[in-house]
Design a protein around this ligand. Structure first.
Ligand code: HEM
Length: 216
């Protein structure tokens, strides 16, 4: 099957199912746990839930950032239309991650959350990432895009880069001792950012070359 012949509607449906699966899996594990059946949450279901949601949130953020390089490689402009859904899924998992921490770990105590933000570097970093993602989710609608105008909207949505950097650093700071996953996440992010830097540099030098040849 030629990738280019798959309609964007089908791709959206496939992405929706793929990105929804982790939530479904977690929901199922909790249902099994509450029913007293064997499940995949281990001996500490609260910690397992929070970590699973954190990992999923970060991976979906990286998937969102991978859509542009995938579009460049496949030359399928339609892939751009998947970015919003992927970004919203990332935010959905970040919200679940924050809620599971606030609800299951801190028993909804905002005072304790605030204390953690001030005391624990990795929570400060996580909350900062959340704060940067919030305006992106709030302005993800077509109406918000129209209201802001494409230039301001695009500029605002650049926040996804510092937000993902903060999220990766959050993972580094929470990991005790050497762990491979934060290194893998950071390497993927470096690759995705590097891709863009090379692209922008090429576009910049091509533009400068054009200006020089026009003026000579
Ligand atoms: C963009 C936002 C965020 C992302 C992508 C993210 C991602 C992650 C990741 C990847 C982990 C490690 C999971 C593992 O070890 O397998 C983690 C752990 C954790 N995160 Fe986040 N996080 C974010 C925001 C937050 C926020 C806002 C909070 C709470 C205020 C938070 C609290 C925690 C906690 C408590 C842990 C587990 C620490 C432990 O078990 O020792 N995160 N997060």
């Amino acid at each position: 099957m030629n990738l280019k012949t798959i309609s964007i509607a089908r791709m959206k449906l496939a992405l929706f199912i793929a990105l929804g699966l982790p939530a479904f899996w977690l929901f199922w594990q909790w249902a099994m746990l509450l029913a007293g059946q064997s499940n995949g949450l281990g001996v500490n279901p609260v910690e397992a839930t929070n970590r699973f949601l954190g990992d999923t949130a970060l991976r979906v953020l990286l998937i969102t950032l991978a859509i542009t390089p995938m579009r460049d490689i496949t030359r399928m402009a339609a892939l751009t239309q998947l970015r919003r859904m992927a970004g919203l899924f990332a935010f959905f998992y970040v919200c679940l991650h924050l809620s599971s921490y606030l609800g299951l770990d801190l028993f909804f105590s905002l005072a304790k959350l605030w204390k953690d933000v001030l005391k624990r570097t990795y929570i400060t970093l996580g909350m900062s990432a959340f704060a940067l993602l919030l305006p992106l989710a709030l302005t993800s609608t077509n109406a918000a895009r129209r209201r802001l105008g494409p230039k301001h909207w695009t500029r605002l949505h650049w926040l996804i880069y510092p937000a993902t950097m903060l999220a990766v650093t959050h993972h580094f700071f929470m990991a005790k001792g050497f762990q491979i996953m934060p290194v893998i996440h950071a390497s993927l992010l470096l690759f995705l950012l590097g891709w863009r830097v090379v692209k922008w540099m090429r576009a910049y030098s091509a533009q400068n070359g054009k200006k020089m040849s026009n003026s000579s």
